[in-house]
Design a protein. Structure first.
Length: 388
């Protein structure tokens, strides 16, 4: 009986081991197939090329970017790589998502600051402002948007997200994803349907190979006004934007876009005919694509003083966003400080670098005080010795 019991236990263990091997074999992804969790990084260049005659002296807009994807989390760091004709604005954006919401930061260098037209650039006030910017004492700007889909962003950064990460929202050729509002053709008519038509990559269904935005044959003039109707044949709708995937590279079992292009079209209407003409292209080329070296949170790093406009508060705050300043971390909706902020109660946060400047101030004070103390001590000893 004892031997029989041991045999039964051994058989059960062997059966469990075989079952485990079968489960692992069934769930493992064969080489060459897309992983359930894409994890890669890429860096390259974006070039904006106008296809209509530009003003003399207009520089070509070129941007350098670094992108990281870690499953539903992603991070895009993009920087201006050309010299604008005049200062102003920002020179870098960092955009990311933790899989739930989208976080955006804009970074300005001291040379990006532009004075007002009536302010001389050699004034004490202007030089003081630039010095504050150099020391990081002026807040940079940041925003938080609910949901995993980015809004329209300067430099069309949302299109980078679309090419690398957005294909998963187009899993079927059904109705256009309603969350992608940056495809709005006319801001004056935000409720107009967005007509998107697309094709997924045959080797990786998470990747778009082609996308067309079709603009309707009429456009809103604003509330209470009759729409503008384009002349035939444009009155039946026309292609307003075309996305084309031109090259890919396999990285860790996932296909990564390495070259793609967006082309915009505009109506060309004359007295006798109406047609379409390309107006602008955005070309992207990846110079390096590799497996992700380390996991990411998807939250852009801070470290400087930022003024954050958090749109997640709007449904809970009568349509108003929460505005706060921070240099340490992003506030989350389940935190006490977030709720207090909507009530107008803010915790005081020391500006970045204050502890460092305080330490240097204390060090400088001690450096001056120490010789003084030593001198006074020696003077007293000499005085007491002369009296003795």
């Amino acid at each position: 009986m004892k031997n029989k019991s041991l045999m039964l236990r051994a058989g059960a263990c062997l059966g469990g081991l075989v079952l485990g091997v079968i489960v692992v074999a069934l769930t493992a992804s064969p080489k060459g197939m897309a992983q359930d969790r894409p994890a890669f990084e890429a860096e390259g260049m974006c070039r904006v090329a106008p296809l209509v005659e530009a003003s003399p002296g207009t520089p070509q807009k070129v941007y350098r970017f670094v992108l990281q994807v870690d499953g539903p989390r992603w991070l895009i760091d993009i920087e201006r790589a050309y010299q604008p004709s005049r200062p102003g604005g920002f020179s870098r954006q960092v955009i990311g998502s933790d899989g739930r919401d989208v976080y955006v930061t804009w970074h300005m260098r001291p040379e990006d600051y532009e004075p007002s037209p009536d302010q001389p650039t050699n004034s004490l006030e202007w030089r003081a402002l630039k010095e504050q910017g150099r020391r990081g004492l002026l807040p940079q700007w940041a925003e938080v948007h609910p949901g995993p889909v980015p809004p329209w962003l300067p430099w069309d950064v949302q299109l980078l997200w679309l090419a690398f990460c957005g294909g998963e929202l187009f899993g079927t050729n059904g109705p256009s994803p309603l969350g992608i509002r940056f495809f709005l053709a006319n801001p004056a008519d935000p409720d107009a349907p967005v007509d998107l038509r697309w094709t997924l990559h045959r080797k990786d269904s998470r990747l778009l190979s082609r996308l067309v935005r079709v603009r309707p044959g009429k456009a809103s003039r604003g509330p209470g006004k009759p729409p503008f109707v384009y002349p035939p044949p444009l009155d039946k709708g026309f292609t307003n934007m075309l996305y084309e995937l031109l090259a890919t590279e396999e990285v860790g079992g996932s296909l990564v876009p390495t070259r793609f292009r967006f082309t915009w079209f505009q109506p060309k209407i004359s007295r006798y005919s109406a047609g379409m003409a390309p107006s602008q292209q955005l070309e992207v080329e990846v110079e390096r694509a590799a497996p992700l070296r380390r996991s990411i949170t998807g939250l852009p790093p801070l470290g400087k003083l930022f003024q954050v406009t958090d749109h997640r508060a709007e449904p809970m705050n009568d349509g108003k966003p929460l505005v706060y300043q921070t240099h340490k971390d992003w506030w989350q909706t389940n935190e006490t400080r977030f709720v207090n902020g909507m009530r107008g109660i803010f915790e005081e946060e020391k500006p970045p670098g204050l502890a460092r400047w305080t330490a240097w101030a204390v060090f400088g004070f001690l450096a001056v005080l120490y010789p003084l103390v030593i001198g006074v001590s020696r003077y007293r000893r000499r005085r007491n010795a002369s009296r003795g």
